[in-house]
Design a binder for this molecule. Structure first.
Ligand SMILES: Cc1cc2nc3c(=O)[nH]c(=O)nc-3n(C[C@H](O)[C@H](O)[C@H](O)COP(=O)(O)OP(=O)(O)OC[C@H]3O[C@@H](n4cnc5c(N)ncnc54)[C@H](O)[C@@H]3O)c2cc1C
Length: 148
């Protein structure tokens, strides 16, 4: 069982994974690779100059892998629910459990709704630590901000 399950392997999910694993948390990322970063050409990330979004993603994936994160690529999480001790995730590849959950699914906020997270308008309501209104469930990236 992972300490932390992250749903979404775009910039937000992979950034969370990097720092979690660096700090000793056994972290698994589930991702369907529909990240908008594939359509972007980045020029405003400090330290990387001007780079194609897909190239940036590949570098980030390599970095995350080198820290020991488990990446379940092309695995969709179809349901999330609270369990007796953490969270249960249903995927098209079977069932998974984790103590903590990070939702980083971009503009697709359906899993946050399924879990029962409260919303602030169209976006998922989080506190200053990015924790949602569901204990031990966090949300980050595009799903918590209104602007593109
Ligand atoms: C044309 C364009 C240009 C842009 N240019 C820039 C730029 O220059 N600089 C900049 O900073 N930003 C830019 N952006 C914005 C940037 O792409 C987004 O801010 C960023 O991708 C958001 O990251 P995220 O990780 O929150 O979400 P996303 O990148 O959307 O990633 C979400 C990931 O979650 C996965 N996912 C969703 N649901 C599930 C599920 N149920 N199970 C498993 N996986 C799931 C998706 O497949 C996806 O891979 C641009 C965007 C576009 C469209």
């Amino acid at each position: 069982m992972a300490d932390v399950a992250i749903v979404g392997g775009g910039p937000a999910g992979l950034s969370a994974a990097l720092f979690l694993e660096k700090n000793g948390q056994n972290t698994t990322v589930f991702d369907t690779d529909a990240t908008r970063i594939h359509k972007a050409h980045l020029f405003n990330y400090p330290g990387i100059g001007s780079v194609d979004g897909t190239a940036y993603l590949e570098t980030l994936r390599t970095q995350v892998d080198s820290f020991g994160v488990t990446r379940q690529q092309a695995v969709e999480v179809t349901d999330v629910s609270t369990a007796e001790d953490g969270f249960a995730l249903a995927t098209d590849d079977g069932q998974h459990e984790a103590d903590y959950l990070v939702l980083a699914t971009g503009a697709d906020r359906r899993l946050a709704e399924t879990l029962g997270c409260e919303f602030d308008g169209d976006t998922v309501d989080v506190n200053v630590t990015m924790e949602t209104t569901v204990d031990d469930a966090y949300a980050t990236g595009a799903m918590v901000r209104a602007e593109e």
